[in-house]
Design a protein around this ligand. Structure first.
Ligand SMILES: Cc1cc2nc3c(=O)[nH]c(=O)nc-3n(C[C@H](O)[C@H](O)[C@H](O)COP(=O)(O)OP(=O)(O)OC[C@H]3O[C@@H](n4cnc5c(N)ncnc54)[C@H](O)[C@@H]3O)c2cc1C
Length: 359
């Protein structure tokens, strides 16, 4: 196996990644953690709590600028009904609770940092590189969900100028759309649900879809057609946007059967035409994969020593794969307790009851 050293990272690299090696010359943080968690979705956040509870020095990093994974990005304003202990909870509120729970033991939370490279050092520790730095750790838990995801984009005139300033792909706060003339593009559950969710906040909503059949819940489709605040335009696509330097003012839409164009005044556009999830570099770290997930055994161990996986990204042998928050939580608890024993072989596997610890 190739050996490599760099001045900034004097550790001997025994397992060079197959990805671009550009980040390997970045400085390495001097602090060695016990457990580094990749992905601050619900599973990673719960793992961070558990890791602190097991008295491990913990780092958790996420490519996104905020914690919460799919809940924060894809459905922050939706209610979840199947999280134990909560008859119903808004996804955004569950994230806030998980962050509060994870914070009890003050893990180092690194947001806006995407893990790109994994290096196994000669002493058995690992260094995970992001685009900013290297972080050394005794064990790694990958809770990267479906990978880092990015929204599908249209290719329309002036799109880039207004992205983030009139054109949006996510709804962070409903109040952001208060009294706005909103154009929603899409024909799936997201587009339809947002039209319904935002109809009482906005001034007006036009929902356009390139076909006449929606791929959304039947009852929700009935509701959009019967809501006076929502104008539904089928066989309609977005062609161009325009405005002044600071504001989006107009969208040009067209009927894709006749190509007849129409300019409509808009304040914002919400594009909900799906997401691309990309596991990216993690898929090239030498981890055994199965259907775009990392293969783990019943102890959440991957094929690499000291590297564990849990949540949506983990495919557990001899088990059914249910990509749910509740199953991810259980896997996180398993992974962290096994990781504890890996880091400190004298430790008990069973963590003890949290209820018996002092607050
Ligand atoms: C619309 C929708 C509704 C849902 N409703 C429910 C429901 O009602 N009940 C339920 O139980 N489940 C629901 N789910 C599923 C649930 O959201 C997932 O099972 C859960 O989010 C998985 O959590 P996770 O922590 O494993 O991964 P994720 O939530 O996907 O989080 C993974 C995190 O890892 C980060 N990441 C990925 N790659 C990297 C990298 N290289 N470096 C750094 N960070 C990285 C990502 O940015 C992300 O923040 C729903 C999903 C969707 C899309």
């Amino acid at each position: 196996m190739a050996q490599q050293t760099t001045q900034a990272n004097p550790t001997v690299i025994v397992q060079p990644p197959t990805q671009s090696q550009t980040h390997l010359s970045l400085p390495v943080d001097p602090e060695l953690s016990d457990l580094l968690i990749i992905g601050a979705g619900p599973c990673g956040l719960f793992a961070a709590y558990y890791s602190g509870f097991r008295e491990m020095k913990t780092r958790i990093l996420d490519a996104l600028p905020e914690a919460g994974g799919q809940l924060a990005v894809l459905y922050p304003e939706k209610y979840i009904f199947d999280v134990p202990g909560y008859p119903e909870i808004l996804a955004r509120d569950l994230v806030a609770q998980l962050v509060a729970q994870a914070s009890r033991y003050s893990p180092q939370m690194l947001l806006g940092e995407r893990a790109t490279d994994l290096v196994r050092n000669s002493d058995g520790t690992y260094t995970v590189f992001t685009e900013k730095k290297g972080y050394s750790t005794k064990a790694v838990l990958v809770t990267a969900g479906v990978g880092s995801f990015s929204p599908n984009r249209l290719n329309i005139q002036n799109q880039e100028k207004f992205e983030g300033n009139g054109i949006y792909y996510f709804v962070k706060h409903k109040s952001f759309f208060k009294d706005k003339n909103l154009l929603i593009v899409g024909g799936g559950d997201s587009a339809v649900d947002w039209a319904l969710n935002l109809k009482d906040v906005t001034k007006s909503i036009i929902l356009i879809h390139r076909r006449d059949q929606f791929r959304a819940h039947e009852q929700s489709v009935k509701e959009i057609y019967s809501s006076p605040q929502i104008t539904v335009r089928t066989f309609t696509e977005l062609k161009a946007v325009s405005g002044d330097d600071s504001n989006l003012k107009q969208a040009v839409i067209f009927d894709n059967r006749t190509n007849k164009e129409e300019a409509i005044p808009v304040d914002c556009i919400l594009i909900n035409i799906g997401f691309k999830a990309n596991l990216g570099p993690i898929a090239n770290w030498g981890l055994q994969m199965e259907n775009r997930a990392i293969k783990v055994n019943g102890r959440m161990e991957t094929n690499l020593p000291g590297i564990f996986a849990a949540g949506d990204i983990a495919s557990q042998s001899d088990s059914v794969k249910l990509n749910l928050i509740a199953t991810g939580f259980a896997q996180a608890a398993l992974a962290v307790n096994v990781a504890k024993k890996y880091v400190d072989p004298k430790a008990q596997l069973f963590p003890g009851h949290s209820s018996e610890k002092s607050a």
